[in-house]
Design a protein around this ligand. Structure first.
Ligand code: GLN
Length: 603
């Protein structure tokens, strides 16, 4: 199956390839050699998938599209103050080659020739003779490959570019340019003559859409700050004197060049690159424009056309009376929880946390207290949080803490990007507990309630073998026999008693303390209290399927299977009774698991 977007791009290509209007640029003589029939479309996604249709691999000169990237480079290397001191950011409303400057003798913006020449001048001032190489390398990093230069187009423009020369001299007159005019123009003409394909443009645009990180190579080329500024001037001035119409109709930051290329970069979504050399009266590629318009209209991609609903960010909201932790608890603990666990509120979040999302969450949280003394927020399905979101979060938590709530966060590592955003250095979070796993967070909150309402006195007591579920209805002689062939074992808190993958050659009766059955990932499958067996699946399976850890000091009786086999031979009926006990135990466990699955999927 081909992805549906490919079909759409193909249909666009099919439909617009018949449009022969417009004319190939001829003011640079060498550009008239372009094949007017060429038409390539490429779209790169920010996860690094590239669609290509038509002549997407045909090279042509990048021309004015370079302006956006050289502006980004200037911002990145010289800082915005230096750049803004010589170049404005106002749309000029004029053609790309307008010689008019602003009232204070600056180029209107970096997307018209005057501003672009000023940018190349800044790079030249900074890099000297190496300026073009630096620009060339940067363009290659955006494209994800080394790019060639069309020396013939360069020479042709250099020989005929008197208008640009006039602009450059004017800029020098106003000290916008300080270096040798010809040297700067050589950089500018050469950067315009860099050869790209529609595919290259798509990847370059996708890199802008992806906060400056090339989605194919993973190369972070400029900062997100610089990208936002670059996309700003593309939005207001990228399409020359068609810029106003463009943002109104298409609404995607874009830049075109007289070589016939257009890039369009939709933040966090896609980069589009088109190539078709016939231009309209504004100097924009006729077919390229149509592809952009069709893509935006068909899928409603206008930048300002947003329909996110912040309310979808809470995927589950329940209390621990409805969905308890996986710890199996003794009856007296269960009684406490039955009465009080509704004070543990669990909110599971989903999706990126933005300003509006966190505002919504904070209002829901405010509504949760004071009934919820313990508030658990699960971030397992949250990929990122903006600065705005973490600021709001910080304040929301301070408010909740002041109301006496204890806040517990789970589902991310402190060192992760999300963790950094939430626990950022300058963020002061009151009374905040953090757990990697939601289940651990719920268990901890339950423990708080148990401490508060009764304590753990049951833990210290030792359970006799007769109270073992697996050994129910055995006679005291039989129990004595089992005690005799078993080995008394004790473990310290944190010991691993059983490791997944090991041969299952014994089972354990827990007599005091607590153990947890966990997957190697750390997710807990069950917890075991005195009176329960673990490793009992050895009666059925040959290999341990999970780890078992001592949560406290632990005492148990280990029964080796070899010894048990002998016992079974001499007591065949008792062996059968134990298997029946095991079956009833497993069936109870399954019913409980089903009930939990049912509860969870109800949300
Ligand atoms: N090199 C061309 C020029 O300066 C670039 C113009 C463009 O692509 N609009 O005239």
């Amino acid at each position: 199956m081909h992805p549906p977007l490919r079909g759409f791009l193909r249909r666009c290509h099919e439909q617009f390839v018949t449009d022969d209007s417009g004319a190939v640029a001829d003011y640079i003589p060498e550009l008239t050699r372009a094949n007017p029939g060429h038409f390539g479309v490429s779209l790169a996604t920010i996860d690094g998938y590239v669609y290509e249709v038509g002549d997407s691999a045909s090279p042509f000169t990048i021309q004015s599209i370079s302006k956006a990237f050289v502006f980004a480079l200037a911002l990145e290397t010289l800082g915005h103050e230096r750049v803004e001191s010589v170049i404005g950011v106002e749309p000029s409303g004029e053609a790309f080659n307008s010689i008019r400057l602003t009232g204070d003798n600056k180029p209107f913006n970096p997307m018209v020739n005057a501003g672009a020449i000023a940018c190349s001048g800044l790079i030249h001032q900074h890099e000297g003779d190496g300026a073009f190489d630096v620009i060339h390398r940067m363009l290659g990093r955006f494209a994800g490959r080394e790019l060639d230069v069309d020396e013939a187009v360069f020479a042709s423009e250099r020989a005929t570019g008197d208008r640009n020369r006039a602009i450059a001299w004017l800029l020098r007159n106003y000290s916008v340019l300080r270096d040798d005019v010809d040297a700067v123009l050589d950089v500018y003409f050469r950067q315009c003559a860099v050869l790209v394909t529609a595919r290259d443009l798509a990847v370059m645009a996708a890199t802008l859409a992806n906060n400056g990180c090339n989605p194919l190579t993973g190369d972070q080329i400029v900062s997100p700050y610089v990208v936002a500024r670059t996309l700003s001037v593309m939005t207001s001035s990228g399409m020359y004197d068609y810029a106003g119409e463009w943002i109104y109709r298409v609404g995607i930051p874009a830049k075109s060049g007289v070589g016939g290329g257009i890039i369009a970069a939709l933040p966090a979504q896609l980069g589009l690159g088109t190539f078709s050399p016939r231009l309209d009266s504004h100097g924009n590629s006729v077919r390229g424009l149509k592809v952009c318009e069709a893509l935006s209209a068909h899928f409603g991609l206008h930048l300002l056309n947003r329909s996110d609903d912040v309310r979808t960010c809470i995927i589950r909201d329940y209390n621990a009376a409805a969905v308890p932790s996986r710890r199996n608890r003794p009856t007296f603990e269960l009684k406490i929880l039955q009465q009080h666990a509704s004070a543990i509120r669990v909110i599971e979040l989903v999706g990126a946390l933005s300003f509006a999302v966190m505002d919504y969450v904070s209002r829901r949280l405010a509504g949760a207290a004071p009934q919820a003394a313990l508030l658990i927020l699960d971030f397992r399905r949250v990929p990122s949080a903006t600065t705005a979101a973490s600021r709001l979060f910080e304040e929301a938590l301070a408010g909740l803490a002041a109301d006496g709530a204890t806040i517990i966060v789970a589902g991310f590592e402190k060192e992760s990007r999300l963790g950094q955003a939430i626990f950022g250095e300058d963020i002061v979070l009151p009374k905040l507990r953090h757990f990697l796993l939601l289940d651990d967070a719920i268990e901890w909150a339950e423990d708080q309630l148990i401490y508060r309402y009764g304590g753990f006195e049951g833990l210290a007591k030792t359970i006799h073998l007769s109270e073992q579920e697996l050994l129910a209805r055995l006679t005291s002689d039989e129990l004595d026999y089992i005690t005799a062939i078993g080995v008394a074992r004790s473990f310290k808190t944190g010991d691993r008693i059983i490791a997944a993958g090991e041969p299952a050659d014994s089972l354990f009766f827990l007599q005091s303390g607590m153990v947890s059955v966990k997957l190697p990932s750390g997710a807990r499958l069950a917890s075991i209290s005195p009176g329960m067996a673990f490793g009992e699946m050895a009666l059925i399976e040959r290999e341990r399927s999970a780890d078992v850890w001592a949560d406290t000091m632990v005492q148990c009786l280990e029964l080796p299977l070899s010894a048990y086999a002998t016992f079974r031979k001499s007591h065949p009926e008792t062996g059968e009774l134990i298997m029946r006990n095991l079956a009833s135990l497993l069936s109870k466990r399954l019913m409980l698991a089903n009930a939990k699955v049912n509860l969870l999927s109800a949300y």
